[in-house]
Each structure stands twice: as C-alpha cells, then as structure tokens.
Design a protein around this ligand. Structure first.
Ligand code: FES
Length: 170
C-alpha cells in the first residue's frame, strides 16, 4: 500500500530512527517545523517522550530561538517593512491600507486566523521601497492601489479554493 504518511506519523517514524541524546533536540525541532510549519503541542509531546525531557523544557528551548514558531501560521503572511527608508516613502499608510482592505474583504473579525499582517524592520532592499512581502514574494514600490489589488487577489484565490472544496465534497 502506497499511502502518504500524515505529518505526525512521519514525525513518529523519523523519531524512531533518531538518537535519543538531548543535543539532537534542536535539529529535530527544525525537522518538525519544516514538516508542520510550526511546533504543535502533539509534536512537542512526542519529542518529550523521545528525548526524556518535559514538554515545558522543550517549550523553553523552542521559545528561546526566534526561528521557531509555536503557533500555527496563518494561510497568508504579509510583512510590511517599517524601516527608515520605507517609512519616509509612506510605509505606515501601506500598513494601514492592508489592515483596512483585510477588514473590508474578510470582515473585521474574520481575517486574523487566515492572514498574518506584521510590521518588520528593514528587509535589505530599501531602493525598491516601500516594500512588503506577501506569501514569501517581495512586492516593491508599494502604493495604496497595489495594496488593494493584492488583498483582492488573495481573497479571490481563497474563495475559489473554498468553492473547489465544496464541489469536491458534493
Ligand atoms: S527600510 Fe524597508 S527595505 Fe530597507
């Protein structure tokens, strides 16, 4: 039978071949994050058994390093640079427009579980600012019009996927 393993099953399988010494913990946290996108409670429980550490100890390690996430990432991630060069070119207005457009399309209460909107510091490409990163893609020379187009595009894509899922269930 050639079925695809679910992420937690895959983690169990990887752990079964992995040494139990604690100094391997960080490597394994990276593996889990690559697999799940974050460190879930279930995954931390599995690690706790494997490495004979309490979940609190593992949690402590995971929260010490900025590279680990302990909450499930939103489906869409928008980062808006607020560094000095972007700031002088209107980055604050770009951030506010993202928030306004997300409210408008997804509803004021509705978007925070679907979209993560974050301020970030200089992304290292000041010459093309103001800059935003949308689902990993750099958007340069941001304008309010571009913000509206981006949010509309995300919303339409989400709606299309929802319709496809509903059709698949029927
Ligand atoms: S200040 Fe925004 S990319 Fe540098």
């Amino acid at each position: 039978m050639n079925r695809e393993l679910k992420p937690l099953e895959k983690i169990k399988m990887l752990l079964s071949n992995y040494p139990k010494e604690r100094h391997h913990l960080i490597n394994f946290l990276h593996l889990i994050q690559d697999e799940l996108g974050y460190l879930s409670e279930e995954a931390i429980e599995l690690l706790s058994e494997h490495f004979s550490l309490s979940p609190a100890e593992i949690f402590g390690v995971a929260t010490f390093y900025a590279s680990f996430r302990i909450t499930q990432p939103a489906e869409h991630e928008i980062q808006v640079c607020q560094g000095t060069a972007c700031h002088v070119r209107g980055a604050e207005a770009i951030l506010e427009e993202f928030s306004r457009q997300l409210d408008k399309h997804y509803g004021e209460q509705g978007w925070s579980s679907k979209v993560s909107l974050r301020k970030v510091n200089c992304l290292g490409c000041c010459a093309i600012g103001p800059v935003a990163v949308v689902d990993g893609q750099i958007e340069s020379r941001m304008t309010l019009t571009k913000v509206r187009e981006i949010v509309r595009r995300l919303y339409q894509k989400d709606n299309l996927e929802k319709i496809r899922e509903q059709n698949d269930q029927e």
